[in-house]
Design a protein around this ligand. Structure first.
Ligand SMILES: Cc1cc2nc3c(=O)[nH]c(=O)nc-3n(C[C@H](O)[C@H](O)[C@H](O)COP(=O)(O)OP(=O)(O)OC[C@H]3O[C@@H](n4cnc5c(N)ncnc54)[C@H](O)[C@@H]3O)c2cc1C
Ligand code: SF4
Length: 855
């Protein structure tokens, strides 16, 4: 009965508009409503909170809808279109272009716009705001020909923008009217510490300075004049970040009530003065107050989805806590950070040497935490914020919460069930424990809880606490947190690694006899194979090792859905000669292989029959290629851009570095697959921050990032060390990879491994950069052993008749190819056969003359 369906129009496809549509779909509102969401930006919703990383990761990585549209056909997304009019009487909106859409319910999610003070020259070319991807693209273009930039505003967003200008290579000034930076979040002492950190990074801060105007030269911005200062501040790029104003123009012209200081007035269900129109996010002003953070917007989105389903949800205010990392400096502020509660007491810790300032605001009787400020070390934020929000009694010695010896996440404060652990997604402790305690499909670990409940999925600051709650729950119900690798080995992979190394085992049988029980399984066998391979670098097809391997490792190739294999020649750094390309093309043609360029700068050759693999490898080996690891838990690729060799932006030779790194680490077996990337400048064309180790060139050398990955739970790599020379870079990557290989769990990616360490990235930095465990030379020596003993496994296989004999489909009939492997054709290439359509059977695959193969 489609005529009974209602039409819901959402104006604005930003973070909150998107969250609302997501919630509406998840809660089944599309059973009764068609949804049209209209966004004025050319791109669908993206992560504005992470906007600054656009320069490093690009727009795709920020998208909240990677596939570009909602899957649900009852949802229509229109981008690049402004809604120009809202008519609450006719219940319709008008789009730029004239189209009129009638609605039953309208949700305004139009966000906010940067405030630009009307100083003379504010509209000159070279002046920008910092709000959208388009703004950042324009800033990047202007910065390419500029040397100096200035940001007006030293608040949270201003410092983000200053960070961006500095990243773009500009000498950067920050002009702030208030006497300190981030005046809304931190106090004088915190602001002073923050300023010291930021000045150390080479930025110039002008605090207590009022901008009088923008200086013009040749019709463009050239600097800023400041009140009470004689000399203007030079600036060819000027970014205004002086606050935001809710975008409430549609509501105003439609006659909806707006708050005194702007923003659409809404009630506790986020309903405006017209009952058919709701407003959420930064354009809304619940109880007259506008919120400039994403978490309250998300909460409003959920409340409206609930209201439309006749649910009881209400929005009664939000936690304004913030935690961020500005240019590598932790800053957090939560609860009553400025001690406005009558008679409240302050407990502070300040260390000018390490640049750490921490303040706790506690109740006059010393029993409750009310708020706090953390600068330089915000590791305790995860526990302190929910502690303040839940009114939990303080421990006997509250100073331990901020003294350096304590890491907040390890202090056991026994949060109550109703404590909100993830404020971005409003997930309570009870909801987290419910995920692991439920009878039906319980989560077995914290990663699963994050995936299922969204706790920790937005800013991630609560992840350590989520993990602790999960582990505490397991302990409380008598289920020790089981660290056994499997039923055969009652220890972690890291413990087993040490045992194998210390005892010098070289065979699985010896390992299981000495430290385990039984005969092994599909979990411990490949894990031990990987440990032995990391330590010994022997051939994975040696008799002892062969039986331990997964299928792919057994055949040194990736098995595909119809039983055929893929071959992916290694092309370090993506650099390949025309002759090399011709050989790959000829092999593909002669063996009838499906050919595709991969995202990792290689050429996939699909559809090879197992018995053809040796002949294919021979042709590749003769042409100077390795077959390449495209399977197994080992280094895959080190992707690169063309860097300073060809690119006009490049500041270092990223291709040579990528090739050197790929050749160095090829064949390295690890707990999970590994990828690297090297970009020639901060524009990051190689997407290095989506890799386990990512290297980005700077004017002075290389920045090293670690712990990134794509996949189902993507992670951005984090900065480990800056401006390294070639030698130090390689040394740190050696140490990082070996430390990971030694201590990670099986199948644990570098991102989760970093998170799992006590101290997280800081711990990695202590071990890799500061060498606090004096392990550096040992880790480097282990990597040197790997590099020194590396050999081409495919070539070695071809040279060993015993190993070659395994490449037959049927032991009893070695010359008979497997008849079950069949193909269709699509776009002139083979693809695995489906039940319909033309089928290429085995015999008709064009097969070239194998050279020295086993056929
Ligand atoms: C650089 C930066 C860093 C930030 N960091 C943090 C942080 O660390 N923590 C935090 O909590 N918050 C942060 N924020 C704020 C956060 O991004 C916002 O709170 C959040 O994006 C608000 O979501 P929204 O959907 O209300 O608005 P937006 O995300 O701005 O979306 C509104 C959308 O509506 C569109 N629109 C407006 N009018 C119309 C119209 N008439 N027709 C069609 N479309 C229209 C706009 O173009 C926009 O795309 C940051 C913001 C920026 C810019
Ligand atoms: S050097 Fe590399 S990362 Fe920088 S712009 Fe050129 S291709 Fe992109």
């Amino acid at each position: 009965m489609t005529h009974l369906r209602k039409h819901l129009v959402v104006v604005g496809h930003g973070m909150v508009g998107h969250r609302f549509v997501q919630a509406a779909i998840e809660r089944g509102l599309t059973e009764t409503h068609d949804i049209t969401v209209i966004g004025e930006e050319r791109l669908p919703a993206y992560d504005r909170v992470a906007l600054t990383s656009f320069f490093e990761v690009g727009a795709d990585a920020l998208s909240l809808l990677p596939e570009g549209s909602y899957d649900d056909p009852r949802v229509r997304l229109l981008t690049g279109i402004e809604v120009t009019d809202l008519d609450t009487t006719a219940r319709s909106v008008t789009l730029a272009g004239g189209e009129v859409l009638a609605y039953d319910v309208c949700v305004l999610a139009t966000g906010a716009a940067p405030f630009v003070p009307p100083v003379p020259g504010h509209d000159l070319p070279g002046c920008f705001v910092y709000r959208t991807i388009d703004d950042l693209e324009a800033i990047r273009e202007a910065a390419a020909t500029a040397k100096v930039g200035a940001v007006i505003g030293g608040g949270l967003l201003g410092l983000e923008a200053a960070n961006a200008l500095a990243q773009l290579g500009l000498e950067t000034h920050v002009v702030e009217m208030a006497p300190r930076l981030m005046a809304v979040q931190v106090d004088d002492a915190g602001g002073a510490m923050l300023r010291r950190h930021i000045e150390k990074l080479g930025l110039t801060i002008h605090a207590g300075a009022m901008t009088k105007g923008v200086v013009e030269a040749d019709g463009r911005a050239a600097g800023l004049t400041l009140a009470d200062r004689d000399e203007p501040v030079p600036a060819e790029v000027v970014v205004f970040s002086a606050g935001i104003r809710p975008r409430d123009a549609l509501a105003r012209t439609a006659g909806l009530e707006v708050a005194e200081r702007g923003g659409v007035l809404v009630d506790e269900q986020c309903r405006t003065s017209d009952p058919h129109v709701y407003a959420i996010g930064e354009c809304a002003a619940p109880a007259g107050k506008m919120y400039g953070l994403v978490a309250p917007g998300y909460a409003m989105a959920e409340v409206v989805a609930d209201a439309l389903l006749a649910g009881p949800g209400t929005f009664t205010g939000a936690d304004m806590s913030t935690k961020l990392k500005l240019m590598g400096v932790d800053v957090a502020s939560f609860g009553d950070a400025f001690a406005t509660t009558p008679d409240s007491l302050e407990l502070t810790y300040s260390d000018a040497v390490t640049g750490v300032y921490k303040k706790l605001v506690i109740s006059d009787d010393g029993t409750r935490l009310l708020g706090g400020i953390l600068v330089g070390d915000a590791s305790a934020y995860g526990i302190l914020r929910p502690m303040a929000a839940s009114g939990l009694p303080l421990p006997a010695n509250p100073e331990e919460l901020i003294l350096p010896a304590s890491s907040g996440s390890s202090v056991d404060v026994g949060l109550p069930d109703e404590a909100v652990i993830c404020s971005c997604n409003n997930v309570t402790k009870a909801e987290i424990t419910d995920r692991v305690a439920r009878d039906d499909d319980p989560c077995a670990d914290a990663a699963c809880v994050t995936a299922c409940s969204k706790a920790g999925a937005t800013c991630g600051s609560c992840k350590p606490l989520v993990k602790k709650i999960v582990e505490d729950w397991f302990t409380s119900v008598g289920r020790t947190v089981d660290t056994s690798m499997c039923e055969h080995f009652a220890m972690t992979r890291a413990e087993l690694y040490d045992l194998v190394a210390v005892h010098g085992h070289t065979r699985f049988d010896d390992v299981v006899a000495a430290h385990g029980r039984g005969r092994g399984c599909e979990i411990c066998k490949p894990a031990i194979a990987s440990i032995l391979a990391s330590l010994l670098n022997h051939h994975v097809l040696d008799d002892d090792a062969f039986a331990l391997q997964d299928t792919n490792d057994r055949y040194l190739a990736n098995i595909q859905k119809n039983g055929s294999y893929s071959v992916v020649p290694r092309i370090p750094g993506g650099e390949v000669t025309p002759e090399g390309l011709i050989v790959i093309g000829e092999v593909a043609r002669d063996y009838g292989l499906y050919t595709k360029i991969t995202g990792g700068q290689r050429i996939d050759l699909f559809g090879a029959r197992m018995e053809d693999l040796p002949a294919i490898w021979t042709r590749l080996v003769d042409a100077g290629f390795e077959s390449g690891h495209a399977y197994g838990k080992s280094l895959r690729t080190v992707k690169s851009c063309v860097g300073s060799t060809w690119c006009r932006f490049g500041v270092q030779d990223s291709t040579s570095m990528a090739i050197a790194l790929e050749l160095r680490y090829r064949g390295l077996r690890s707990p999970h697959k590994l990828k690297g990337g090297v970009s020639g400048c901060a524009r990051e064309c190689a997407e290095a921050r989506g890799k386990d180790f990512g290297v980005i060139a700077t004017e002075k050398g290389w920045n090293l990032y670690v712990g990134g990955n794509g996949g189902a739970v993507p992670a951005h790599a984090q900065l480990l060390a800056s401006d390294l020379d070639d030698e130090t870079l390689v040394r740190y990557v050696d140490r990082f990879l070996m430390y990971y290989i030694r201590t990670a769990d099986r199948l644990q990616r570098t991102s989760t491994w970093v998170d799992s360490l006590d101290g997280g990235l800081e711990r990695v930095r202590e071990v890799v950069v500061d060498d606090v465990l004096s392990l550096g030379s040992e880790l480097e020596a282990a990597m040197a052993r790997h590099v020194g003993t590396y050999f081409d496994e495919w070539r070695a296989t071809l040279e060993d008749p015993a190993k070659l004999a395994r490449f037959t489909s049927f032991v009893n009939a070695p010359d008979v190819p497997d008849p079950h492997i069949t193909f269709d054709t699509q776009r002139d290439q083979i693809v695995p056969a489906t039940s319909t359509g033309p089928v290429l059977v085995a015999a008709s695959i064009p097969v070239g003359a194998p050279v020295g193969g086993a056929r």
